[in-house]
Design a protein around this ligand. Sequence first.
Ligand SMILES: Nc1ncnc2c1ncn2[C@@H]1O[C@H](COP(=O)(O)OP(=O)(O)OP(=O)(O)O)[C@@H](O)[C@H]1O
Ligand SMILES: [Mg+2]
Length: 274
Amino acid sequence: MTLGTLVSFLQFSRSFNQPISQLSQQLNSIIMAIAGAERIFGLLDEEPEKDGGYVKLVNARYDEKGNLTEVPDRTGMWTWKHYHKADNTTTYQPMQGDVVFGHVDFGYTEDKEILHDIEIFAKPGQKVAFVGATGAGKTTITNLINRFYDVQDGKIRYDGININKIRKDDLRHSLGLVLQDTHLFTGTVMDNIRYGKLDAAEEEVIQAAKLANAHEFIMKLPDGYQTELKGSGNSLSQGQRQLMAIARVAVADPPVLILDEATSSIDTRTEKIV
Ligand SMILES: Nc1ncnc2c1ncn2[C@@H]1O[C@H](COP(=O)(O)OP(=O)(O)OP(=O)(O)O)[C@@H](O)[C@H]1O
Ligand SMILES: [Mg+2]
């Protein structure tokens, strides 16, 4: 073989290989794109949560005659609005926050029952605590009140109304939930607390932060309430994040408050104050 033949052989083989390797690289990105698209369309095709509830939660006020009437603005007085199809009438019932579980059975899967014949109640103004072993079903009970899952047997009543009849949106509006792990958004401390009530004035936010005992540490941040939080608030300690979550629910001021190990990272002295 002459040198000239060798050089041209190498050159030809390179120009033959190049498109093949390019093709396989592009095939790779196409396959990755298909896998991504599958997930996106999977999410788009997700069925919306079914909601057969018709009892709504509205703001109300007593008029001159002492009747409850619905008003559009926030009065701090919540009322259940029942629409009765049979005789086409609407009745109002003040919300109180009375939760009753009656003979509730529940399991995440058919074959494994987690809660069996549970009977518990919380009267308005009452504080109820669940103590139990890990995996006993404490979080499960809170998931049922929110209707993240439906009970298999028995009934949950909220102010005497079966929660299946309450619109999910309204039901969840009436419950404040603070979990062990809190999610903070990119934005200022003020905005993060305001997520509890989007139209809250600055004073309301500060008041809520004081209630949650978060005001003190917030004032020590570089820009106070205007400090920008990034990356889910990882510049704050775990406990400080939990105090923010409590402030968030305090500004919403819901009639029923559910705390699921919400103070697990807060020191005992601060926890007591909260
Ligand atoms: N999404 C789920 N799917 C299936 N099983 C679940 C699910 N969530 C919880 N479980 C099971 O339900 C049982 C009760 O769980 P739950 O989270 O209510 O316990 P817990 O009392 O809150 O415990 P902990 O004190 O650890 O928070 C556990 O045995 C758990 O394995
Ligand atoms: Mg739990």
